[in-house]
Design a protein around this ligand. Structure first.
Ligand code: PHE
Length: 495
């Protein structure tokens, strides 16, 4: 490289000026290499000055290069025709790769004629004794950078895909204030030795290049789901909610279902919907007194309820599963709250993973994340639930909500939540909600004038909408493109 730099400086010294493109063409060098050398010289200070110019230039395509070497398609076809006895048209057409195009050009040039009277098929004869391959001659000129060919001819060759037009940027370089033909190597590092000997005073140091692109630091990357989770967490924290400990994917059926007044015959407790654990298959530690109350309320009723009137089995409640909803965690927290000497109102939230034995498709996996909010206080009503849902969704930029009666074993009343999607111009389901049943809360020891309102939604759905992902497999699983995880933008909820 040093020699190229010096060579360039020599040329500038002798000629006063140098055009990078011309210089590269004349010396058979790659233009980018020459431009690179100029940039290196410029970094040395005021050795040179440069000015950019851009111009159109024509160059040959691969097909053009072929014509340059072997002649135009029409000339090749002309050459393939026997000068004395002619050649069968079928053979002429097969004589070279571009013979078809060449044949029709040669015909319209008046170079060939076809005799259709022969018995063995149409025969092609030369109509002239010699030809001049103008196209090849012109392409020779283009290859040499000759610019005297009329524009309309070039356009004709461009149509035939023999030449292409490109905009080239080159630099016109001339001497700078501190011009010199030798490049002193600049130091990049100041060493302790230079300081000790004082030799740094005589040296020239390379300037820092503050506009160079930095190297991205090696670091971890947050998956879009985790970014959106952070935003939802922020909303709950702003609203005064405390995060529940959700660090147990494995749960007993007791806390996942029984505590929530979900009968033991409920279809959700089937192996088709729930993943059961083989090892350890069962849980054995339950709050005794509470367990008895849960059993009673299922079997015989109580607290003003008739119960389900079936034989409640401990073995069923003991079965370990992968939790199917984070409401299992809410149940544990509400039980704790019910065990306090004096009840204190509470607002809890959680955002974590749950598992369901589902049929997989573009929007469903066997595991996903739930976002859940729970409020326990005296005399809460459906009106409070609706109010807090508006407050929560407004923070997500969603103003219009609608509610539809629904059914959950553990809430009464229950409501599905719909929001108006401005983009899709329709109402879409965004969550599920309800007021927890007394059959669930009273066995826990909560005072009977305390009610608990709650709602839940999935984390995947808003994430897919926000990041424009329409197949869940692009977001979760082995098909995830890691590049997407590295480069996905930060998440901002409109509020
Ligand atoms: N647990 C419900 C679900 O899995 C969501 C929900 C949470 C509903 C709280 C009502 C109250 O879909």
């Amino acid at each position: 490289m040093a020699s190229l730099l010096e060579e360039i400086l020599q040329v500038i010294d002798q000629q006063g000026q140098l055009d990078t493109y011309e210089y590269a063409t004349n010396t058979g060098r790659d233009h980018q290499t020459v431009v690179g050398a100029i940039k290196s010289i410029e970094s040395l200070g005021e050795v040179i000055t440069s000015e950019q110019r851009s111009f159109n230039s024509w160059s040959l395509t691969d097909e053009g290069e072929q014509v340059l070497q072997h002649g135009s398609h029409e000339a090749v076809v002309y050459g393939a025709v026997d000068p004395s006895v002619g050649t069968l048209q079928v053979d002429v057409i097969k004589s070279s790769a571009n013979a078809k195009v060449g044949f029709s050009k040669a015909m319209s040039n008046g170079w060939l004629r076809v005799d259709k009277s022969a018995k063995d098929g149409a025969r092609v004869f030369r109509k002239v004794d010699s030809i001049t391959d103008v196209v090849q001659e012109k392409l020779q000129k283009v290859a040499k950078g000759n610019t005297t060919i009329p524009e309309d001819e070039l356009k004709e060759y461009k149509k035939r895909k023999l030449v292409i037009n490109t905009v080239t940027k080159s630099f016109i370089v001339s001497k700078g204030a501190k011009f010199s033909t030798s490049v002193a190597k600049q130091d990049t590092d100041l060493t302790p030795e230079m300081i000790a000997s004082g030799s740094w005073k005589e040296r020239t140091f390379k300037d820092y290049n503050f506009s160079a692109m930095g190297i991205p630091p090696i670091r971890g990357h947050l998956h879009p789901l985790m970014k959106v989770r952070a935003q939802y967490r922020q909303i709950f924290l702003e609203m005064g909610f405390a995060e529940m400990p959700t660090n147990n994917y494995i749960e007993s059926s007791f806390w996942n279902f029984d505590a929530l007044f979900q009968p033991q015959q409920h279809p959700a407790r089937d192996a088709h919907d729930t993943f059961f654990l083989k090892d350890p298959e069962r849980s054995f530690e339950f709050p005794k007194e509470y367990l008895e109350k849960v059993k009673t309320v299922h079997q015989d009723g109580g607290f003003g309820s008739e119960g389900y009137k079936y034989e409640w089995k401990l073995e069923e409640a003991q079965k370990n599963i992968l939790r199917t909803h984070t409401t299992a965690v809410s149940a544990r927290m509400l039980y704790k709250l019910g065990q306090q000497e004096k009840f204190t109102p509470a607002k809890y939230f959680s955002i974590d993973r749950v598992f369901r034995n589902e049929t997989l498709d573009a929007t469903h996996l066997a595991e996903f994340h739930q976002i859940e909010g729970v409020v326990a206080d005296y005399d809460l009503t459906l009106g409070h639930l609706i109010g807090i849902l508006y407050a929560f969704f407004r923070k997500l930029g969603i103003e219009k909500l609608r509610f539809k009666p629904a059914y959950n074993p553990y809430t009464e009343p229950s409501m599905e939540v719909f929001s108006y999607h401005e983009g899709l111009k329709k109402w879409v389901e965004v969550g599920n909600s309800g007021v927890f049943r007394p059959e669930m809360l009273l066995p826990m020891g909560l005072p009977d004038n305390v009610s608990v309102i709650a709602w839940g939604l999935s984390l995947e759905r808003p994430t897919m909408i926000m990041y424009g992902v329409d197949n869940i497999r692009e977001l979760v699983g082995h098909k995830v493109n890691l590049e997407m995880v590295y480069t996905n933008p930060i998440c901002r909820l409109e509020n």
